[in-house]
Design a protein around this ligand. Structure first.
Ligand SMILES: C[S@@+](CC[C@H](N)C(=O)[O-])C[C@H]1O[C@@H](n2cnc3c(N)ncnc32)[C@H](O)[C@@H]1O
Length: 236
């Protein structure tokens, strides 16, 4: 198994992360559904239900990957003015365009830690299962805050570091890397799932960081033994 370079440091190289996702891009949606027993769509919908979007909102899907979150957003909120999907793994992003025929979307290859947008341009920022992948997740939260308009909303969906019941911990630590390798035929990408969670933070720590950044009206929705957590905050 290939392990991340500088495994003893707090996060691996961004190029290593990007390569992992570029390699599994064509299988990503299918393997995600298999490994979560189809629950991943429901988790995304749960987060989107917590949103209170403005009419004709301009939305950023940060680390959009194959665009599943943006696709569901547009289905739930068809009056959205525009959704910008940003990711640094161009092969992940390349899976997305067929999902948006004739819809107001824009694709940007870019870095979540240095967003290529001015301040205060988005009404909503979405970030699905990505904060633990970006390396400096605090910097990503600061960037989300910067690009939001005053009163705009950030919605984060993540697998945080939580004290799961033993069978759940076993499934995530042992079964996910094994089944991920089997389904995706990639030797290492799914070993990164438990490792990235271990290197990440608890939901509480993410909430504290959002608060420290300036987010208000913070809400948290835990799903299935806190395997997945939606965190919502407003730019004060
Ligand atoms: C687990 S996938 C999640 C994709 C999608 N949001 C979803 O809900 O399925 C994580 C994504 O984060 C992207 N990513 C990680 N670090 C990034 C960074 N610094 N800048 C931009 N994208 C990044 C990866 O390329 C990958 O597509």
């Amino acid at each position: 198994m290939r392990s991340p370079p500088h495994a003893s440091l707090s996060c691996p190289q961004p190029s290593w992360i990007r390569d992992q996702f570029n390699r599994i891009a064509p299988q990503y949606d299918r393997v995600n559904r298999l490994l979560t027993f189809g629950m991943v769509g429901g988790w995304r919908q749960r987060m989107l239900r917590a949103a209170s979007p403005r009419p004709a909102a301009v939305v950023l899907d940060l680390c959009a990957g194959t665009g599943e979150l943006a696709r569901l957003w547009l289905r739930t909120h068809p009056d959205t003015a525009r959704v910008v999907l940003l990711d640094f793994a161009e092969r992940m992003l390349a899976q997305a365009p067929p999902k948006f025929p004739g819809q107001p979307v824009q694709f940007v290859v870019g870095d979540a830690l240095h967003l290529p947008f001015p301040e205060a341009v988005f009404d909503t920022v979405l970030c699905g299962f990505s904060l633990r992948n970006v390396g400096d997740w605090r910097q990503a939260i600061a960037e989300m805050y910067r690009v939001l308009k005053p009163g705009g909303e950030a919605l984060i969906l993540e697998m945080c570091k939580e004290p799961w019941p033993l069978p759940v911990a076993w499934f995530i630590r042992r079964a996910v890397p094994f089944l991920g390798r089997l389904f995706s035929r990639d030797p290492s990408a799914y070993a990164w799932v438990p490792e990235s969670i271990d290197r990440f933070a608890s939901g509480e720590e993410v909430v504290e960081e959002m608060q420290a950044t300036g987010f208000t009206d913070l809400r948290r929705h835990d799903m299935i033994f806190r395997v997945s957590t939606a965190l919502v905050g407003r730019k004060g």
